[in-house]
Design a protein around this ligand. Structure first.
Ligand SMILES: [Zn+2]
Length: 283
């Protein structure tokens, strides 16, 4: 199957009334695990690069690594640039071959967010690329106010205006989640999500997925979330397993044993995580 357009992967998830999982990855072990773990679960997957991680892998290198992994499996695989509010950087990602990017103008007032996102959509069109926008603000989990303050949540009517004015392929919305590790489990506002989903045809995206209780996640997939981003949890597991190898398995598998150990453990995690969704793929 190899590489597919993110818009097609999301449309398929939408048809199934579920979400596709998207993971931030920055090295070979994480990218291979994301693709191979999803393939083992027979689920589509989107592999994302978080711009802050681009110091560890180049834009072109990232695209090549994901493509190489995608060629070896039969599930749909998407490539996406996660949170970016820098227009020039987004253009370099498009030039490097990213078929999907996020234009994050969520900290801007509505009109400016629309103008910024619409300009990215126009540019991305020339590359045949997809664009995810964000409205409302998904903040930081370390700051409890960021996910319990409903004034930061996306308003359904504004979401409709934003989606129509920008022409985004996907829309990240805020209804009680936050990035990073939560100080205590969040309580997502499913009613708000339902209202947004009724007002907007565009596939919706849930950010800040690390640490949301399973039942709540499944509820969001049933109520309009078609893409579910996981960053923090996956990243910390990468560190944990690499460390674990040196504690437990030192000298066992030669100089690169830790890479293989992390890839194997992370693949098992991804397979399990992907099974949260009901979007199976059999070829
Ligand atoms: Zn995010």
């Amino acid at each position: 199957m190899s590489l597919e357009r993110v818009r097609d992967i999301l449309a398929e998830a939408d048809r199934h009334g579920t979400a596709v999982l998207a993971f931030d990855a920055m090295n070979y072990a994480m990218i291979a695990a994301a693709v191979q773990g999803a393939a083992a679960a027979k689920r589509p997957v989107i592999v994302m690069l978080y711009p802050e991680m681009a110091g560890y892998v180049s834009l072109e290198g990232f695209v090549s690594l994901v493509k190489e992994q995608a060629r070896q499996v039969s599930i749909p695989v998407g490539i996406h640039l996660d949170h970016c509010s820098n227009f020039e950087y987004i253009v370099s990602a498009l030039r490097a071959g990213f078929p999907s990017v996020m234009a994050d103008g969520s900290l801007l007032p509505l009109e400016e967010n629309i103008a910024f996102t619409a300009s990215v959509v126009r540019t991305a069109k020339a590359f045949g690329a997809d664009v995810e926008g964000e409205l409302g603000h998904v903040g930081k989990a370390a700051n409890e106010r960021d996910y319990i303050s409903s004034e930061l949540y996306t308003q359904a009517e504004e979401a409709r205006i934003f989606a129509e004015a920008t022409g985004v392929t996907a829309l990240a919305v805020a209804f009680g989640s936050a990035h990073g590790n939560y100080t205590r489990p969040p309580k997502l506002n499913i009613t708000r999500l339902r209202e947004i989903n009724e007002a907007v045809k565009t596939p919706l995206v849930l950010h800040g997925g690390s640490g949301i209780p399973k039942e709540q996640l499944i509820d969001t997939f049933r109520n309009g979330i078609n893409k579910f981003n996981v960053g923090t949890e996956f990243s910390y597991l990468n560190q944990k397993y690499t460390g674990q190898y040196f504690e437990q398995a030192r000298e066992r598998d030669g100089a690169c044993g830790h890479v293989e150990y992390a890839r194997e453990k992370l693949s098992a995690y991804i397979m399990e995580k992907c099974r949260l969704t009901s979007c199976t793929f059999d070829s």
